[in-house]
Write a protein that binds this ligand. Structure first.
Ligand SMILES: [Zn+2]
Length: 228
């Protein structure tokens, strides 16, 4: 018997081994089946995971699409940035004479600020010229520029306008009849009315005290620059 047992055992053992292997294979089969189930889950995942899918797709679009769909999110900040720069251009562009200059920058060619009589010239004692005409005569910007003063001055000019032409020249228009019709920061074109002749401040009669100087207050003789 032990011999038979011995003989049978090896015969049974491979059977058991085979069974064990089979069960293993079964388990493995089940285990292998699981990934396929997971795969099915993965296939089902896109059904409710388009948001997740949208993220890694086109680099820029994914964010835009997830936030606002069709809303052109990217275009909004671009416009906002462009607006402040566009505002001064819109102010000046339609008023530029002959389309010669950039916004607020003078041509370097001055026109007479008012029609009238030259009653006093430029000298060491007089940092500008006086042009006399009836009260209310319009005063014109001698060149394109930016208004840097528009109001009362305590230095004797009374109501005055100062324009920086951003080309090394500044012009001043003193003794105006009332508060000027322009404001600080406003861009004006050459020839634009920036006030009206008067006699405010230290003045004996209606005239404009007209100055051409640098921003650092080096004064020029306007008669050498006007009309050129
Ligand atoms: Zn004067």
């Amino acid at each position: 018997m032990p011999r038979i047992a011995r003989i049978l055992t090896p015969a049974r053992r491979p059977h058991r081994h085979a069974l064990w292997l089979l069960s293993l294979a079964c388990c493995a089969g089940l285990w292998l089946a699981q990934p396929s189930h997971a795969g099915a889950a993965a296939l089902a995942a896109p059904m409710h995971a388009p948001i997740h899918t949208a993220t890694p797709t086109p680099t820029g679009r994914s964010r835009v699409t997830s936030r606002g769909g069709a809303r052109p999110v990217a275009a909004v900040p671009v416009k906002v940035v462009a607006r402040p720069a566009a505002v001064p251009v819109v102010k000046v562009a339609p008023s530029i004479i002959k389309g010669t200059v950039a916004a607020g920058i003078g041509t370097g060619h001055f026109i007479w600020p008012a029609a009238g009589r030259l009653t006093q010239g430029f000298s060491r004692r007089h940092d500008g010229i006086d042009i006399a005409a009836p009260r209310g005569t319009p005063l014109h910007a001698a060149d394109t520029g930016e208004v840097v003063w528009a109001g009362w001055r305590t230095d004797g000019l009374g109501y005055a306008v100062i324009i920086d032409h951003h080309n090394g020249y500044v012009t001043v228009y003193g003794h105006q009849m009332r508060r000027p019709p322009v404001r600080v920061g406003q861009y004006v074109r050459r020839g634009q009315v920036i006030g009206y002749m008067g006699s405010t401040g230290h003045s004996t009669g209606p005239h404009v005290h007209f100055i051409i100087r640098t921003p650092a207050r080096h004064y020029y003789n306007p008669l050498k620059l006007l009309g050129r």
